[in-house]
Design a protein around this ligand. Structure first.
Ligand code: AMP
Length: 189
């Protein structure tokens, strides 16, 4: 299996680029944010448990998120590989993912971090809010998500840097140019 993590703050373009990558490389896209939103709209027990946290822009506890992620991977036993989007967001999640993949004789091949400055992120999310009306894209909730990113999620980067798996890509510019840069990274594997 060829597994990648696409990493970056809210609004970096992880979802957009993941869609293009799965098309080209026939990988399975797992977005924990999308999975949570599906649970919430289907009003599952899990959805009911996490909806207030997500609406508030807080991270869902690791054990819940990890269990959901592992279940999703297990639904795709014949996958060529996965693009993990929005996961891992904490170091314990990154460790759990490594252990889980190792138990399947697999691993993370590479981590691609999309680099986008704060002004551009705020602008993009304001645009997205008009289109999707996500409650957690509202200004105060967005602020909370950005704080969660800089207090917890950013520490995942050195974790992968130490494993020499991290590639940084400029996430500002034309979507196709950014995509070409991502492909150049993936094609090295
Ligand atoms: P996203 O669509 O990736 O921005 O995720 C939306 C929200 O889902 C986040 O703000 C968190 O509340 C929750 N979430 C998604 N992925 C994770 C994760 N890996 N760990 C904890 N919470 C998550």
């Amino acid at each position: 299996m060829l597994n990648f993590v696409i990493f970056g703050p809210p609004g970096a373009g992880k979802g957009t680029q993941s869609e293009k990558l799965i098309d080209k490389y026939q990988l399975i896209h797992i977005s924990t944010g999308d999975l949570f939103r599906a649970h919430i709209s289907n009003q599952t027990t899990l959805g009911q448990k996490v909806s207030a946290l997500i609406a508030d822009g807080q991270l869902v506890p690791d054990e819940i998120t990890i269990a959901m992620l592992e279940e999703e991977v297990d639904k795709n036993p014949s996958a060529k590989g996965f693009i993990f989007d929005g996961f891992p967001r904490t170091v314990p999640q990154a460790i759990a993912l490594d252990e889980f993949l190792e138990s399947k004789g697999s691993s993370i091949a590479g981590v691609i971090a999309l680099d986008v400055d704060q002004d551009e992120l705020t602008k993009r999310i304001a645009e997205r809010q008009k289109l999707t009306n996500r409650v957690d894209d509202q200004a105060d909730k967005l602020q909370k998500r950005i704080e969660e990113y800089f207090s917890k999620t950013i520490h995942v980067l050195p974790y992968y840097e130490e494993q020499q798996k991290l590639s940084k890509v400029n996430g500002i510019g034309n979507i196709d140019d950014i995509f070409a840069e991502l492909c150049a990274v993936i094609d090295k594997y």
